[in-house]
Design a protein around this ligand. Structure first.
Ligand SMILES: N[C@@H](CCC(=O)N[C@@H](CS)C(=O)NCC(=O)O)C(=O)O
Length: 209
C-alpha cells in the first residue's frame, strides 16, 4: 500500500508524483486537489510533524522532504534508471537536486509567490525584480552545464531532472513580463525534452496557482 499526501499545485508534491509516475508505481493520493482542508491536523502531524506536504507512506516507510522522497523512490524502484549506476552521473544528479532546493529555490520561490500568489497591490516589485535577476544567473549556470549533455546526469533522464524540471517549469511559465528571460539555449532544449514526457505534461505543466 502506497499513499502520497499533498495537493498537486505544490512544487514539492509535484516532484514526488512525477517520480512515482516515471517509475510506473501505483499509489493512493490524499488531498490531490487541496480540498481536504488544513494539513495541520493531529492525524497528519503524526505522519509529518512539520505539517508540510508532501509525505509518502510506502508500505509503512514514512518519508517527508520532497527531494528525499525522489531519491528514495529512485533508489528503491529505479536503480540504473532514475538512480544512475555510474558514480559521476549519480553525483551530478545529486548536485543539481541540491542546487534546486538550496540555491535556485531561494530566489525562484519569492518570484513565484510574488507574481502568482500575492495580490498585485501587495507586491514588492523591487524585491521580485532583484530575485528574477538572480534566477537568471542561476539558470545560466545550468545552461553552461547542459551544453554537452541531454539531461542533468548525462544522456539519460534521471532523478536529477525531477526537482530541476519542476523548477524550470515555473521559471518558463511565469509571465514574460517582468521575467524577461534571457536566451538560454541549452536549458531551453533540455526543458523542451522534459515537456515531451507524458508524466511532465500530466503533473507539472499545470496552470500556476
Ligand atoms: N523542504 C520541504 C518543503 C515542504 C513545503 O514547504 N511544502 C509546502 C508546500 S510546497 C507546504 O507544506 N505548505 C503548507 C501548505 O501547503 O499548507 C520539502 O521539500 O518537502
Amino acid at each position: 500500500m502506497r499513499t502520497l499526501y499533498g495537493r498537486i499545485s505544490s512544487i514539492n508534491v509535484q516532484k514526488a508524483v512525477w517520480a512515482l509516475a516515471e517509475l510506473g508505481l501505483e499509489f493512493e493520493w490524499v488531498d490531490k486537489d487541496g480540498t481536504v482542508g488544513s494539513i495541520d491536523s493531529p492525524e497528519y502531524r503524526k505522519l509529518n510533524p512539520a505539517a508540510q506536504i508532501p509525505t509518502i507512506d510506502d508500505d509503512g516507510i514514512i518519508l517527508r522532504q520532497s527531494n528525499a522522497i525522489v531519491r528514495y523512490l529512485a533508489h528503491t524502484y529505479g536503480e540504473g534508471e532514475l538512480s544512475p549506476l555510474d558514480q559521476q552521473a549519480y553525483a551530478e544528479a545529486e548536485r543539481w537536486m541540491e542546487w534546486q532546493a538550496t540555491d535556485l529555490w531561494n530566489f525562484l520561490r519569492p518570484v513565484f509567490w510574488g507574481l502568482i500568489r500575492i495580490k498585485p497591490e501587495d507586491r514588492d516589485m523591487a524585491a521580485i525584480n532583484k530575485n528574477i535577476e538572480i534566477c537568471h544567473q542561476e539558470m545560466a549556470l545550468v545552461n553552461d552545464f547542459l551544453e554537452d549533455r541531454l539531461y542533468i546526469a548525462g544522456d539519460a533522464f534521471s532523478m536529477g531532472d525531477i526537482p530541476t524540471g519542476c523548477a524550470a517549469y515555473r521559471y518558463y511559465a511565469l509571465p514574460a513580463e517582468p521575467m524577461s528571460r534571457p536566451d538560454l539555449p541549452h536549458v531551453k532544449a533540455w526543458y523542451d525534452r522534459l515537456c515531451e514526457r507524458p508524466a511532465f505534461q500530466e503533473y507539472i505543466m499545470l496552470p500556476l496557482e
